[in-house]
Design a binder for this molecule. Structure first.
Ligand SMILES: Nc1ncnc2c1ncn2[C@@H]1O[C@H](COP(=O)(O)OP(=O)(O)O)[C@@H](O)[C@H]1O
Ligand SMILES: N[C@@H](CC(=O)OP(=O)(O)O)C(=O)O
Length: 516
């Protein structure tokens, strides 16, 4: 505890890891500077940033880099050079606009040019080979985080905050097994802590990309990997809190951009946050939670545009929840820590915690050509999906039929007349061709999954009935129902055109009237 903190009775000084997403770096870099400046008064801060996006993630640096890697592989030399030139120009123009010191600006320009020249060399090699390995693809992708963090480090310095760029590309210096187990995460977290200096003097600005993994970061962890990187830093340095800074005040009872009456949730359990993320409210990368909660570190979601808000804390609010997350933990330890968290959350009203919507869903029905489902039918269906790397979000079965709701980013479109869907996603098309061995396959596109999530729902009689009758009374057609796979989630599949209306109807009826 520092002398100042000890005298004024403030909580002891500790380490806080702050993660900033790509759109925050792109749109609000000065807000990030202000957040860091004010947070450093009471705590030691390290920041982790994702690749920059000047408008949306879809149009951001990571997507451009991944497209450049595909173009190199396919010998489209001109287009990958253009994409990298766009990334270079974007970062140099931002440096010229945001950095006041000409000296710092010149240094940053040199760094940007160096990173972009390096990535061109990798892409030219990929073009010669006509392929990219998962590792070289990751290397290309990592340039996004490098550029973003070089910019943020200079931005902090330019505003009088001592900062130091930290590249974690080499943090994995041990043999990695095929699947990333707990041992892997523990080793990465320990290595991160070893590499980082004491951050009371300078703010480390850490690349949210963390090193070469045999099957590639993109395949093993997936997009949004920066949240996990920040989580591992937090675990490694035994942080007092992990903060994920976004452009919303925290987690709401429904997407606040779609449901104006949605309310901020002060505290949510990790299991609920994971369900919400999976079913469409992408607030945090799912693997992040397990690592941080295991280490008993609370996660706080906050808004870069409203730093005074308290945000949402993700932390178990009763020992049983923590027990489910951890094996063999000591409940007493949890209790002493949780008492500093949000008050009264254990006395939550009996109602779901949130309602969420997952878009771009299609339903695949396989109607068995036998009179009853034969031995091996399910095994055959699932091994086909596994072969084509598809995962099912919602499933329901009847005597001779299996219906599966799948998420696909690629659009489906009708082609060639006769109601035949031409499928853009090659994995999906491959899977559907193979599924035809098991029976007649129908595809219903343009669907959405609506889910109620809440740990209170375990003990709530009639909540599913209320959900379905509310939708029915409002003429929302339900295609599929899934209840009970997870005791804290009830989901159903509806038509995409009804999605936003259904979200509002459910929020009004189930969040306002069930209080008792
Ligand atoms: N229940 C929810 N609570 C908060 N945000 C939600 C929820 N459901 C969906 N969202 C949406 O998730 C997005 C997350 O915030 P944002 O900062 O924009 O993401 P990113 O950090 O990935 O750029 C917001 O656009 C918000 O509308
Ligand atoms: N830049 C990476 C990693 C990431 O975490 O991004 P964000 O924090 O902006 O979601 C991606 O787009 O996947």
């Amino acid at each position: 505890m520092t002398a100042a903190n000890a005298v004024n009775g403030a909580p002891p000084r500790g380490k806080i890891i702050q993660k900033f997403g790509g759109t925050s770096v792109g749109k609000f870099p000065i807000n990030i500077v202000n957040v860091v400046k004010s947070s450093r008064v009471d705590n030691d801060i390290a920041i982790v940033c994702s690749a920059r996006s000047s408008s949306t993630k879809a149009a951001g640096t990571t997507n451009r880099l991944l497209r450049a890697a595909s173009d190199a592989e396919n010998h489209y030399s001109k287009s990958f050079h253009t994409l990298i030139q766009d990334v270079r120009t974007d970062h140099i123009e931002t440096a010229e606009k945001e950095i006041k010191s000409s000296e710092l600006q010149a240094r940053l320009r040199q760094e940007i040019n160096h990173e972009c020249d390096q990535v061109i060399k990798i892409l030219e090699a990929a073009q010669t080979l006509g392929e990219t390995s998962p590792r070289s693809r990751d290397k290309v992708m990592s340039v996004g985080e490098k550029l973003s963090c070089r910019f943020m480090a200079v931005m902090l310095e330019d505003n009088g905050i001592p900062a130091e760029y930290f590249d974690f590309a080499e943090v994995i210096d041990f043999k990695v097994e095929h699947s990333l187990d707990q041992n892997f995460y523990d080793n990465v977290a320990a290595n991160m802590a070893k590499l980082l200096p004491d951050f009371s003097a300078k703010v480390p600005v850490i690349t949210g990309y963390f090193g070469a993994i045999p099957r590639g970061l993109l395949t093993t962890v997936g997009r949004g990997y920066t949240d996990l990187c920040a989580a591992l830093v937090a675990v490694g340095v035994e942080a007092k809190e992990l903060q994920i800074w976004k452009e919303v005040d925290g987690i709401f009872t429904a997407d606040p951009r779609k449901v104006p009456t949605a309310q901020l949730i002060p505290q949510i359990s990790p299991a609920e946050a994971a369900e919400l993320t999976f079913y469409g409210s992408e607030v945090i990368h799912p693997s992040t939670m397990a690592q941080v909660i295991r280490a008993r570190i609370p996660i706080r979601i906050k808004n870069v545009m409203n730093p005074r808000g308290t945000g949402t804390i993700i932390y178990p609010d009763d020992p049983h929840d923590l027990e489910r997350t951890l094996d063999g933990h000591i409940p007493q330890l949890f209790r002493s820590r949780s008492s500093t968290l949000v008050n009264g959350s254990a006395k939550r009203p009996k109602r779901p915690t949130a309602v969420t919507m997952k878009h771009k869903i299609l339903v695949v029905n396989v109607h068995s050509n036998k009179r009853s489902l034969s031995h091996g039918f399910f095994a055959g269906i699932f091994s086909t999906l596994d072969r084509w790397r598809l995962s099912v979000d919602v499933i329901s079965t009847s005597e001779v039929n299996i219906s599966m709701a799948l998420h696909s980013e690629a659009p489906l479109y009708t082609g060639g007349g006769d109601d035949e869907y031409k499928i853009v996603d090659q994995d999906l098309q491959g899977a559907i061709n193979d599924l035809r061995k098991f029976g007649t396959v129908d595809i219903i596109p343009d669907m959405a999954i609506v889910s109620l999530v809440g740990k209170q729902m375990k003990n709530m009689v009639g909540v599913a009935g209320k959900m379905f009758s509310t939708l029915g009374e409002n003429n929302v057609n339900i295609e599929m129902i899934s209840q009970g796979a997870s005791e804290i989630n009830i989901s159903c599949v509806i038509e995409e055109r009804d999605a936003d209306r259904a979200l509002n109807i459910l929020h009004t009826n189930l969040f306002t009237f069930l209080d008792n």
